[in-house]
Structure formats: structure tokens, C-alpha cells
Write a new protein. Structure first.
Lengths: 308, 404, 295
């Protein structure tokens, strides 16, 4: 399948999904898929492992929630504010982090996100442990009532498609080609005269803005913003999603997010609830040992081997 | 993935029912469905978790398995202590599975989010293990029933008798999150209005491993009582450290929220003698022992107070459905508030208009090693605190019966 | 009481000493992590879970087999180290030539499994383990009461840390170790079994976590999540010290204990966050950490 055909299939799937599955569940998948796509832009295409992306997801969520509740904005403006806040934070954090490489980059982002977490824990407006509850979904453009799940769903789906398009546009632009060149051979990119850190920074800002967009949307869907989204475990979860789906592939993060959310949802309801950590852990281990390219990566390899 | 593969039609019908509030008498979708939502595998798993599921199932069996000729079904889910997972699950339960009431409910953040969803859909929240008093005060709802205990009862039950005994100067080691803050605030109020004095407080981040620094600060304050406004592992670690640094010899240490399972996890030589407040203790009399034995045979350990509460409120809920002749949220809640709950758990009890279940609380003392006859022999009951003294007065705006 | 600028000096001394005690504990934990990274380039995210395992093994040894604290101090690190050896041999070796990221993810997964399994088996409330009879009680210093067990933590940690540092940096065995991991082919050619060295080093580093677990059991709640709370703090310490610097990990561990202790005194709410603030500052000013060599 070419990328285009897959994209058409994706859109078709997204359009009918709420008729087959529980819409709130699909919305959750879409939010996390967008988050994972944003993360994958950095890990898969620039080779930077951020271990602090939860800070942007959380920032988007809190700012959107605050704007909706206190300033009474319409949803699209609320989301815009949340995304802008996450992008701003990303611009600052990115400026500091891109100076470092490899494991040090991961550690700087982790440390910075811990600082953000501390602020959200202490700041009165976030409601601390209890989170920000009862965020209104509001009326889109002041017209469309989003408290209806179907309206909300198509709004979320549109946001997701927009985010997905931004990621793809970035990857396939000349800018994206340079990012890939940096990933493959950084010294060479430098010798060609590119200011590598500026490129990394730009990618970091795009990625954090999209992560913020995912967080903002998630807050509207669930009508709450909580510390869970800003916690470092969330940064670990997005790594799992991307790895499971296949990092550096276009559809990998979506598949990975879908799989992780489905597993969590399934385990939370069933008799296996006690085993959730064990099963998530096993997935990590099996992925690393046997499926390092992830579901989509392995699938692509399989198709290449047998059908071309 | 059965729960999600509902056809559009069923989903639409279920939503329609939920929105209209199913005013018609009788049982909606021909069954009564109780969802149990709790942390099943995380830090709070022991104090509710699978034990709450067991307790609810026992209540349903004891009730006879059917009400008004319709079957009673129990389903459960793990909220992982995450408000978004919990509220999404409950939304799904209500919108597409026909759940009539949600039982369990532990972490206050989850309960806050879930009660909002339930109230929007006019379904009943049966809160067993949450500590916050918000659900019957600033976040009160005509569909909340808060059983077992809350921070007000804990503060009144533990703090007042110590003040009366002449312990006037207090120092707080508080968990730095919403529940710890609430506990400190309520307890400080009780102290200040009864002639006591708060000489200091430290806010320790959640999950602090080492409390020695805070214990030293408490020691330096010269307080008569050091109150631990924390729970779970934080409580165990802080008390252990207090004993190690000799704080327990110069001052009293009061645990403001201690579950039997936490007390069990402590060396009796350290914890022995400490006083605390609980809503239930298994070894109180023949009635509690009989039920607790049945529970232990099924679940493997003695019941925590919230687990006994989960049984009690399930029974009260089912009885109310029987009397109301319907599972409609408003009608059932009216009967629940009209009839006084009375069983091995609920003594001298009533479900107040604000949704607070007021019942006898118990000030207990942790037994020393030589007093214990077996591993479950943990508390000695010191005094019974009447419900109205423990839970305090009702807020006017939450008086849903009068405000109708 | 002695005061300076309105600060109670006795109180401050007490906080400094308590900070030092915690620091020696951090040093012990970060040492194992630093050895594993410094010599093997494996980022072991399971170190916290193995520390938890050490504490649980001590509890099980006492309650199921009647093995007391002192014997546990000897046997438990060996048992945990053996588990580490199995991990290295069967799980980490197959991915030894892949990106470091994978060892991080694999060990993160193992940590989840261990934590989940112990929650399932022993519940989440934790277990109690008494302070050994010989170390009960304490001494009254001019400015604070020092429990004997805390004094023992400092002594034991310093002995183990110093001994390990000496062994790796100063002895012939340590020289083989460093050479074997820096240039495996050459050492292999000299007839030294490099894979065996790698396995044993990993086992040793993990054994240190087990040792720390036994040390922790009498003073902290023995519970499944005790390791995950500790892990990222210890990780931050290793990074601040300079990944791979053994001495750096030890000194930074002690230093951060003191910094954290002072924060607990002046601004307790920030005490778990201060280490990350330090980490940001250090990494931005000294990229390889305080004691690390610039790559």
C-alpha cells in the first residue's frame, strides 16, 4: 500500500469508527495518536528521545481548561491558547535541550518536565491532585454544541487529521529532509553548513505544539485536566506507543496508540486488571527483543520481502 | 472487546434513556447493574480494590440476586487512580451499558470526575473509600451517597479526645496534595476552636521516602502531638521514622487516616499505643465478626472499612429499589434518605439530605505486640463517637430535601 | 540555642547530618547504576525494582526461612546479583549491539513486571521489617538524637562505596574490567573472557541495589513501589555526577542528600524537585556532569 492509499483508508476508518466503537474511546485513541505522532516526529525523524513530552501534553490541557472555565472562551480558541502555551514552553525547553545529545538530551527534557510538573502540582489554578474538573465542552464557533458526543467526535477527528497533516508535511518538506540528514549523520550536516541546533529546535517546537494540541483536545473530550497528563509516566507511555507501533514510520504511532489505549481499556474492565503493569512490562520486553521495528515497521518489512 | 461493539441502535436507545432520566416506573433495561470502580492494582488496591467487588457481590447474593423480579448484575473496572480513565469508564458504563449506580470510588480526583458524570446522567454514586468531604459540601450532588468516613469525621474523632486530654500544642506533617491539605485544614479548625494551638506544619511531597528531616522539625517545635496528615506508604514511613528518632517518646503521634492494612504493615512495637479513628473494625462484636469471617473466607484478608461500607451501601441501595419499585435515580435516592440504614456496619445511622451517611465512628488504639492474639488482632476500641459529633452539621446549600 | 541570622543552627546541623545520611544511601544506589552505565553502557531502569527486590528478599528470608538481618545483608545481594546475571545473559546480551535506548526500554519493562508481580503477590500496603536488635536505640548528640541504625547506614555505605571505588579504579581486577569494556576485541585477544566480565559486572552493579534494599528494609516501608519513587532521583544523581564516573556518583549522591536535606528545611514542598533543578543547571553548564569526561 502506498502512503496515499493508507491515508484514504485512515480517513474512511475515522469517519465510520464512532458508529462501530464507543465514540469517547475512539476520541481518546485519536488524542493519544496525535500525541504519539508529535513525539515520533522527534524520535523517529530527528533521532531525539524526549523523556519529558508529558509537560507539553499537560500544559495544553491545563491552559485550555483554564481558558474555557475562567475566560469562557469558545472551544476552538481554548484549544488555540493551550497549543500556543505548549509551543511557547517547547520553544524555551527546546532552546535549552537541543544543546545536548543522546542520553543527556533525554535527561534534560526529563528534568525540565519535572519542573513543569512541580509548577502544576503547586499552582492553585490546577486543583493539584484533584485536577481541573468540569471543564465545559462549549459550542464550537459559538454554534455547534460539543456536549453531543458525535459533534465532539468529528471535531476531534478534524483536529487529528490537521495534526497528522502537519507532521507529514514537515517530514516531506525540504526542512524534513534536513532533519533526516541530521539523524543519519550529524557531523556531515554541520559540514554542509546547516545550523543543526536551529533545525532541531524548530522540530522540537512543532512537536511540542502538536503534543499541546493533543492535550488541549483531550481536556475537552474528558472535561478534565489532571496531573496524570503531566507526570513522567506519561512520557514513558508515549515512548511505548511509538515503539510498539513502529518509530520512524508514518502510521506507527497511530497503531501503537490504538493498541496501548485498547489494552489499557480492556485490562481495566476485565479480570486481568491486577496484571496491567505486568502485561505492559511484557509488551516492552517482547517489543525490544523481537519487534524492534514495531507493528507497522515489521509489517512494512514483511510486505517488502513478499510483495516487491 | 465486547463493551465497545455496541450497535449504534443500542447506544442511541441507552443514551435516550439516560437523557430522559428513565422517569417511567420499573427497572430500566430489565436489570439492575452496579459498577464497581476502584484502583485494582495500584497503591490503593488493598483498601478497596477487588475487596470492594467481593463485598458488593456478597451483598447482591445475600439480597437474593434479583430485585423486583429482575436480575442484579455487578461489573467492575480498574481506574488506575486516573481521573480520565475512571470518568471515561463510567461514561461508557452509563451511556452504553445501562449501569444504574457506581460503587467503590477511592482516590478523590477520580471520585470528583465520576460523580460529575453520574450527576449529569441522574445515576447514583455510592462512595465507599474517598476521604474528601467535598462530595457532600462544595461538590455536593443529590445523587451522591458518601458512606464509611470523611476527613471531618477523622479530624473530630482523633483530635478532640486528645485535646480534651490536655494535649494542646500540635504540629502537622502533611502530605502535599489535596487530601493532605484538607485533612490539615479541618483538623486545625478543630484544634483552634477547642483551645489548642498549631505550632507548625510541614508539607512533604507525595511519595517522600525519607521523613527524618520532618521528624526533626517536629521535634524542635516542642509540640505535644505530631499529627500525620498523610496516608498509605507515607504514613508508614513517617511513623517508622518518628519512632526511630525517639519522637514517640517525647510527644504523641496521631495518624489522621490509618487503614487496618497500614496498621498491619507496621511493627507493633512501633505503632502500638497509637490512637486513631475508623469507621469500622472487624472484631467489634458477633455481627461484625460473622460478616468479616465470611468476607475473609472469600477474599483472603480481613475487610478494610471501605469494603464493609461497600457491602452496607449496596444492601441499602437494593432495599431502596425494592421499596421504590423502580431503579430511577431520584426515586431510589429519596427512599435511601428516608429509610435509616441499619446493619453490622451502619450503627445509629442515617443518610442525610446532603448525601452524607452519618453513623457511629470509633476511636481505636493500635494494640501492642503482647496484647495481640493473632495477626488480625490489631485494634482495641477506646470509645464510640456518635455520628452527629463526628460528621458535624450539614451545609445549607446541600440540603437537597429542603431545597427541592 | 545557637542562632545565626534567625536560623536555628542546631536545627540546621541536624538537617545537614540527616541529609548526609540520605546522601550516603543515594550514593550506594547510584553507584550500582554508574558502574553498569560506565562500564557496560547499559541504562538500567530496573535498578529501582531490583532495590525493591532486595528489600522483599530480606523480608522473605526472615519470615519464610528465619534468616536474620546480618545474614540477609550477605545473601540477598548475591541472590539479586544472580537475577541480574540471568537478566544480562538472556535479555540484555541479545541487544548489546543495538542503540542504548533499547536497553533503557527493556529494563523499564522489566521494572514494570517486577513491580506488578509484587503488588499482585503482597498487596500495595507494604510489609514491616524490624530494626535488628543490635542496632536499636541511639545516641543523643548536642544537636539531635542519632538513631544507631542511621549511623550504621553511613558507615556501611561509605565502606561499600569506597571499597568498590578502590577495586575498580586501583586494582588489577578493576584494570581488566575497564580495559575489557573499553576495548573488548583486544582483551579477548589477550585471552580474557570479556562476556564473562560483562556479566559479572552487571551482576555486581545489580547486587549493590539488592544490598541497598536490605539496608532500607528496616527504616522504610517494604512496598512494591519503593523502587519507582527512588529510581528517577538516583538516575538524576548519576547524570549530575557524570554518567560513568564512579567517584562522581558517590560524591554527588552525598552532596544531593545534603541539598535535599536543606530544601526540606527551607522549602519542603520542593524537596523532590530540587534535584531536577540542579540537574538542569549542571547539564547546561557542564554537559558531561560534574565529574564526567567530555566525550
Amino acid at each position: 500500500m502506498t502512503i496515499n492509499k493508507s491515508a484514504v483508508a485512515l480517513v474512511a476508518l475515522g469517519l465510520v469508527a464512532p458508529f462501530i466503537l464507543y465514540p469517547v474511546f475512539v476520541m481518546k485513541v485519536l488524542c493519544f495518536a496525535l500525541f504519539a505522532c508529535a513525539f515520533n516526529l522527534l524520535l523517529g525523524y530527528v533521532g531525539l528521545l524526549s523523556f519529558g513530552h508529558a509537560a507539553f501534553l499537560g500544559t495544553g490541557g491545563y491552559i485550555t481548561g483554564y481558558m474555557m472555565m475562567e475566560a469562557g472562551l469558545t472551544p476552538e480558541l481554548g484549544i488555540l491558547c493551550g497549543t500556543a502555551a505548549a509551543a511557547t514552553l517547547g520553544a524555551v525547553y527546546g532552546k535549552l535541550a537541543v544543546k545536548r545529545e543522546g542520553i543527556y538530551f533525554a535527561m534534560v527534557t526529563l528534568a525540565l518536565s519535572q519542573l513543569a510538573f512541580f509548577v502544576y502540582l503547586q499552582a492553585p489554578f490546577t486543583g493539584g491532585e484533584d485536577g481541573m474538573q468540569g471543564v465545559p465542552r462549549g459550542h464550537l464557533f459559538g454554534l455547534i454544541d460539543l456536549s453531543d458526543n458525535m459533534n465532539m467526535y468529528y471535531f476531534v477527528f478534524a483536529i487529528f487529521l490537521f495534526g497528522f497533516w502537519v507532521v507529514n508535511r514537515t517530514i516531506h518538506s525540504p526542512f524534513g529532509q534536513i532533519l533526516k540528514a541530521i539523524r543519519e549523520n550529524e557531523p556531515r550536516a554541520i559540514s554542509l553548513g546547516y545550523n543543526v541546533n536551529d533545525y532541531k529546535w524548530a522540530a522540537f517546537v512543532i512537536s511540542s505544539a502538536l503534543a499541546g494540541l493533543a492535550g488541549s483536545t483531550k481536556t475537552l473530550v474528558f472535561q478534565l485536566a489532571s496531573l496524570t497528563d503531566a507526570h513522567w509516566h506519561m512520557s514513558g507511555e508515549v515512548v511505548l506507543m511509538t515503539l510498539l507501533g513502529g518509530m520512524g514510520t508514518i502510521f506507527g504511532p497511530i497503531v501503537g496508540a490504538g493498541a496501548v489505549v485498547t489494552i489499557q481499556n480492556y485490562l481495566s474492565g476485565g479480570e486481568l486488571g491486577n496484571y496491567i503493569h505486568i502485561i505492559m512490562g511484557l509488551i516492552f520486553v517482547v517489543c525490544v527483543l523481537a519487534f524492534r521495528s514495531g507493528i507497522v515497521g515489521e509489517f512494512n518489512k514483511f510486505m517488502k520481502k513478499n510483495f516487491s | 472487546m465486547k463493551p465497545m461493539k455496541k450497535s449504534l441502535l443500542t447506544a442511541a436507545v441507552a443514551t435516550a434513556f439516560a437523557v430522559s432520566g428513565a422517569q417511567a416506573a420499573g427497572i430500566s433495561d430489565d436489570k439492575v447493574k452496579i459498577g464497581v470502580l476502584a484502583d485494582m492494582g495500584g497503591v490503593y488496591a488493598d483498601i478497596c480494590g477487588k475487596g470492594c467487588v467481593t463485598a458488593v457481590e456478597m451483598a447482591v447474593e445475600d439480597f437474593g440476586g434479583t430485585v423486583l423480579g429482575k436480575p442484579i448484575e455487578v461489573i467492575s473496572a480498574d481506574d488506575q487512580n486516573k481521573a480520565d480513565i475512571g470518568s471515561a469508564k463510567v461514561r461508557e458504563w452509563v451511556e452504553s451499558e445501562g449501569v444504574d449506580a457506581v460503587n467503590g470510588l477511592v482516590a478523590s480526583s477520580v471520585t470528583g470526575a465520576v460523580t460529575k458524570v453520574l450527576t449529569d446522567n441522574k445515576k447514583i454514586a455510592l462512595i465507599s473509600t474517598s476521604a474528601s468531604h467535598a462530595f457532600t459540601t462544595k461538590a455536593c450532588s443529590p445523587y451522591n451517597a458518601h458512606w464509611t468516613y470523611n476527613v471531618v469525621a477523622l479530624a473530630n474523632g482523633t483530635v478532640k479526645p486528645m485535646l480534651d486530654a490536655g494535649k494542646k500544642k500540635w504540629f502537622f506533617i502533611t502530605a502535599d496534595y489535596a487530601f493532605g491539605h484538607a485533612l490539615e485544614k479541618v483538623a486545625s479548625g478543630v484544634i483552634n476552636s477547642n483551645g489548642g494551638e498549631v505550632v507548625g506544619a510541614v508539607r512533604a511531597p507525595l511519595g517522600t521516602t525519607d521523613f527524618s528531616s520532618y521528624v526533626l522539625q517536629a521535634q524542635a517545635s516542642g509540640a505535644d502531638v505530631v499529627a500525620l496528615a498523610n496516608a498509605g506508604a507515607d504514613f508508614v514511613n513517617s511513623l517508622k521514622t518518628a519512632a526511630e528518632f525517639g519522637l514517640t517518646e517525647t510527644a504523641d503521634v496521631a495518624g489522621l487516616l490509618v487503614f487496618t492494612h497500614n496498621a498491619k504493615a507496621l511493627d507493633p512495637n512501633i505503632a502500638g499505643g497509637m490512637k486513631l479513628t475508623t469507621g469500622f473494625y472487624w472484631d467489634m462484636d458477633d455481627e461484625t465478626r460473622a460478616w468479616s469471617k465470611r468476607f475473609k473466607d472469600r477474599h483472603g484478608s480481613i475487610p478494610a472499612m471501605g469494603q464493609a461500607g461497600a457491602y452496607s451501601m449496596t444492601m441499602h441501595y437494593l432495599n431502596a429499589i425494592k421499596e421504590a419499585g423502580t431503579d430511577d435515580g431520584d426515586a431510589v435516592m429519596a427512599v435511601m434518605k428516608k429509610n435509616k440504614p441499619n446493619d453490622f456496619f451502619a450503627r445509629n445511622a442515617e443518610l442525610r439530605a446532603d448525601g452524607r451517611m452519618v453513623h457511629d465512628m470509633y476511636q481505636v488504639r493500635i494494640k501492642k505486640a503482647e496484647e495481640r492474639s493473632n495477626e488480625d488482632d490489631i485494634f482495641a476500641i477506646e470509645q464510640v463517637i456518635p455520628g452527629d459529633k463526628a460528621f458535624g452539621p450539614m451545609m445549607d446549600q446541600c440540603n437537597f430535601l429542603a431545597n427541592k | 540555642m545557637a542562632t545565626f541570622l534567625g536560623i536555628n543552627l542546631f536545627g540546621l546541623f541536624g538537617q545537614l547530618l540527616v541529609g548526609l545520611i540520605n546522601g550516603s544511601f543515594y550514593a550506594l544506589l547510584s553507584l550500582g547504576l554508574a558502574i553498569i552505565f560506565g562500564l557496560l553502557k547499559i541504562i538500567n531502569f530496573a535498578q529501582g525494582a531490583l532495590y525493591m527486590l532486595g528489600a522483599f528478599f530480606a523480608w522473605m528470608a526472615l519470615n519464610y526461612m528465619g534468616i536474620n538481618y546480618w545474614a540477609a545483608l550477605l545473601f540477598v545481594p548475591l541472590a539479586v546479583g544472580f537475577i541480574g546475571i540471568l537478566m544480562e545473559r538472556f535479555l540484555l546480551r541479545p541487544i548489546a549491539n543495538e542503540d542504548h535506548l533499547y536497553s533503557l526500554l527493556l529494563t523499564f519493562g522489566l521494572a514494570l513486571i517486577l513491580q506488578g508481580a509484587f503488588t499482585h503477590l503482597y498487596g500495595s500496603s507494604g510489609l514491616s521489617y524490624a530494626i535488628p536488635e543490635e542496632l536499636k536505640g541511639g545516641n543523643r548528640l548536642p544537636f539531635m538524637y542519632l538513631p544507631n541504625y542511621r549511623a550504621w547506614i553511613i558507615v556501611a555505605s561509605i565502606i561499600v562505596c569506597a571499597g568498590t571505588w578502590y577495586m575498580i579504579e586501583k586494582t588489577k581486577l578493576g584494570a581488566y574490567l575497564r580495559a575489557g569494556t573499553e576495548n573488548p576485541q583486544l582483551m579477548q585477544a589477550f585471552g580474557i573472557n570479556v562476556p564473562l566480565i560483562v556479566t559479572l559486572t552487571f551482576g555486581f552493579g545489580v547486587g549493590l541495589a539488592g544490598f541497598a534494599g536490605v539496608m532500607a528494609a528496616p527504616v522504610y516501608s517494604v512496598s512494591p513501589d519503593m523502587g519507582s519513587n527512588m529510581l528517577i532521583v538516583v538516575f538524576a544523581i548519576v547524570v549530575i555526577g557524570g554518567m560513568g564516573s564512579i567517584g562522581g556518583a558517590i560524591l554527588t549522591g552525598l552532596g544531593m542528600g545534603v541539598v535535599e536535606g536543606l530544601t526540606k528545611y527551607f522549602y519542603p514542598e520542593a524537596s523532590t524537585t530540587v534535584i531536577f533543578a540542579v540537574m538542569v543547571i549542571v547539564l547546561l553548564t557542564k554537559p558531561a556532569g560534574l565529574f564526567g569526561k567530555e566525550a
